[in-house]
Design a protein around this ligand. Structure first.
Ligand code: MN
Length: 755
């Protein structure tokens, strides 16, 4: 062995030992029982198993399991079983050792967790990367066995995100997209607030590096100003709390770059118009644990004597914890500078739960005082019910689960006064299904606060809901449109599918008899002929239509059957992703040639020739040069260009990660792209003139469509322009914003004629 190599090995050894020592120190400082021996054994075993293997960053592989165990210990607060499992989490997947080996050495519990982690792994970083939706389903299934599997998986993902820089760009988008789509909501659902925020910020940083940097810079610029406001605002609060003899700390909560960006995007406002970047957190040590709720309100009462509270903004998560366990009292107060500031009041215990979620819940279990343990189990049960209804489409499944991950909550009451937690925007139908499937499938209407409402009625917090049923009622296909919870949606589609399967069988039989009568063979080819004739997307759809008698079989069918094999054009319709609503556009795209060989490890350049020949610009998000984009290889081997934050692209990243390409614009000013701009402002004489003048003066830009409407002194309009790139858009929107009466100027995806 050369000297150089030997020295490197010594450096590595030193780094490994330091990493492990730090982990042990943190573990020993925690409240857990001190089972150092088994942790050391797991470390030595994993170290030896991964020996000689390096990560892409060049570090010895074992540094990754150590880092995951560190997160599990210090950031999630779990004990020795989880720490051991984290240290061993990649051993079965990446080395020759088996689950049995782990069981013999470390016992059944750790072996079971490692097994769960191996099953859901599927090689996210390898070329084995398969449909992530499938993995996610497995992930949720194992969750029921032991929630620690999923907590360690989240820690694993967090470390992979922290070290994402050394991955290939196409992998970065896939992993970042999947993290934002699945892992961040999941972390949120489990109450791991801090981790959720970090996952979101890291995803954002990799998908939109420039925008991330801009927001960070602006946060830095405004830091001093914010600190001053914080000090001034909290000074009288501190004085008051000191006088009351409360043990507390006050912290500034700064909105994360991702949430800021998200708000800018959804509200179409610049950074400068986001007023809730600063919030204030009061964390106190209650004199007695049983009194902590009352103390929250005492603090609220006393500080609302200093500052005027916002009448509509008191959020009592103390008496009604969120279903991820979050507890706190949120109030909004008017600062002396005339700015509303949110103040979050919580005890140390509530704060632990806010940051570490249910893992922290367990820590306080023996202490008593909390009876909200059931919420997690309730959620797990819902997930299990959804999983029990087999959903063939993985993408549908992801959507359904996500509905439940993202939703914030409202409280409604049963006629008996029982309180039920429902996701926001739930309808009366959702409520019926949340109580019982039978109630849901037979409901005909509801009474909300004693008034009769349709099933589609949206519920509000505090509503009292009574469901009206009828035995003769059946699940209707239209219900799927006004069910919003995962549970209701999956139940309805399962029932409908079951009914449809019955219809299809009946239809197939009718068709078979028809073929016999016509003396034709019941072959796939012959069935296809009739599908083409009736413009059906699939034989199944055709069968159902026959059974429902929407398609009567007759002479035209027998003629079609006897014709020579037609050019079976119906296959085209099977394309599951219909890109482009614009017909002419689509026809053009059909001509785009597939790329013979795609090297997805390279960043693909989007030159003008390439765009005209091989690439399709997605119609859903309409990216233009300068937007952060990625490519998706469709099943015809053509490349579709999406914005990185496009909802469809996000789904594709999570479900077909191995078809994602890193792409880069290189169009210069050679091509024109359509872009839509929305404007809104105060209507004055000559305004329209000013708008059109600015646009026509702008070089490089051609106006294509313009639609403006005024209503009670406010005008709203959509402009469609042809531009070269994002710079053109920026220059024109900033000029439009300079018009005094103009209040909103923003780029939007779809041109809409205002009705
Ligand atoms: Mn791992």
């Amino acid at each position: 062995m050369t000297n150089e190599k030997l020295r490197q090995e010594q450096i590595d050894e030193e780094m490994i030992n330091q990493g492990f020592q730090h982990l042990l120190d943190c573990y020993l400082a925690s409240k857990h029982r001190k089972k150092v021996e088994i942790i050391t054994k797991a470390f030595n075993f994993a170290k030896q198993a991964h020996k000689g293997v390096k990560r892409r960053s060049g570090e010895p592989y074992i540094m990754h399991p150590i880092a995951v165990a560190q997160i599990v210990c210090s950031e999630i607060g779990l004990g020795s079983t989880s720490i051991c499992s984290a240290l061993l989490h990649d051993v079965v997947e990446d080395t020759d050792y088996t689950v049995e080996d782990i069981e013999n050495l470390f016992g059944p519990k750790i072996a079971q967790i490692v097994d769960g982690l191996t099953k859901i792994s599927g090689g996210i970083f390898g070329d084995r990367a398969s449909a992530q939706a499938e993995n996610f389903k497995k992930l949720l299934l194992t969750m029921n066995d032991d929630i620690r599997v999923i907590l360690i998986k989240i820690a694993d993902r967090l470390h992979n995100m922290r070290t994402l820089g050394s991955m290939l760009p196409n992998k970065q988008y896939k992993i970042a997209g999947e993290t934002l789509y699945i892992y961040a909501p999941l972390a949120n659902r489990l109450g791991l607030n801090k981790i959720k925020t970090e996952l979101e910020d890291l995803s954002f940083k990799y998908e939109h590096p420039q925008e991330y940097a801009t927001i960070e810079a602006k946060l830095k610029e405004t830091k001093e100003e914010r600190e001053e406001l914080f000090n001034e605002f909290t000074l009288p609060i501190r004085t008051k709390l000191d006088k009351m003899g409360i043990k507390y700390r006050i912290m500034a909560r700064i909105k994360s770059p991702y949430s800021i960006w998200n708000k800018m995007q959804t509200k179409h406002i610049p950074f400068e118009e986001i007023y809730d970047i600063l919030a204030v957190r009061i964390i106190f040590d209650p004199k007695e644990l049983e009194e902590e709720r009352a103390e929250c309100f005492n603090i609220y009462v006393s500080i609302s004597k200093i500052y005027k509270p916002h009448p509509d903004r008191l959020r009592d998560w103390v008496n009604h914890p969120k279903s991820n366990g979050y507890q706190a009292l949120h109030v909004t107060l008017m600062s002396n500078k005339g700015q509303w500031i949110e103040v979050q009041i919580r005890s140390e215990r509530m704060n632990d739960i806010a940051e570490q979620g249910f893992a922290a819940h367990w820590k306080y279990k023996e202490g008593g005082g909390s009876e909200d343990e059931g919420e997690l189990e309730k959620w797990l049960r819902t997930i299990k019910e959804i999983l029990d209804d087999p959903q063939p489409d993985a993408m549908d499944f992801l959507d359904t689960i996500k509905l439940n991950l993202f939703a914030s909550e409202i409280f409604v009451f049963t006629p008996k006064g029982e309180i039920k937690t429902m996701p926001q925007n739930s309808t009366a139908l959702d409520f019926a299904f949340s109580i019982h499937t039978f109630l849901g499938s037979h409901c005909i209407g509801a009474k909300v606060n004693h008034k009769l409402v349709p099933l589609s009625h949206k519920l509000q917090s505090g509503d009292q809901v009574e469901i009206l049923t009828s035995k003769s009622q059946h699940v209707q296909p239209s219900w799927i449109n006004f069910a919003t919870t995962a549970k209701a949606k999956s139940k309805i589609s399962a029932i409908l599918k079951r009914e449809q399967r019955g219809m299809q069988q009946a239809g197939e039989e009718i068709l078979q008899n028809f073929f016999i009568k016509e003396g034709m063979e019941f072959t796939t080819e012959n069935i296809q002929k009739l599908c083409t004739l009736h413009q059906m997307n699939s034989p199944e759809e055709f069968y159902a239509a026959i059974a429902m008698k929407t398609i009567p079989l007759g002479e035209s069918d027998s003629n079609a059957l006897k014709e020579k094999a037609a050019s079976g054009g119906w296959k085209k319709l099977l394309n599951p992703f219909a890109f482009g609503s614009n017909k002419s556009n689509k026809d053009k795209d059909e001509e785009k040639k597939p790329i013979a060989k795609i090297d997805n490890k390279k960043i693909i350049k989007l030159t003008p020739e390439a765009i005209q020949k091989n690439f399709i610009i997605a119609d859903c998000c309409k990216p233009i040069p300068g937007d952060d984009v990625l490519g998706y290889i469709d099943e015809h081997n053509r490349v579709i260009i999406h914005k990185r934050q496009c909802p469809l692209a996000t789904k594709l990243k999570s479900s077909f990660g191995n078809r994602i390409l890193a792409v880069e614009w290189e169009t210069g000013k050679a091509l024109d792209f359509p872009v839509n701009i929305y404007i809104k402002g105060i209507d004055t004489i000559g305004l329209l003139n000013k708008v059109t003048q600015i646009i026509s003066e702008q070089m490089n830009v051609n106006i294509r469509k313009l639609f403006i409407e005024t209503n009670d002194g406010i005008f709203e309009g959509h402009i469609q322009l042809y531009v070269h790139d994002v710079d053109d858009v920026k220059s024109i929107t900033s000029k439009l914003r300079k018009i005094e009466e103009m209040k909103t100027v923003t780029r939007i995806e779809q041109f809409e004629d205002i009705p």
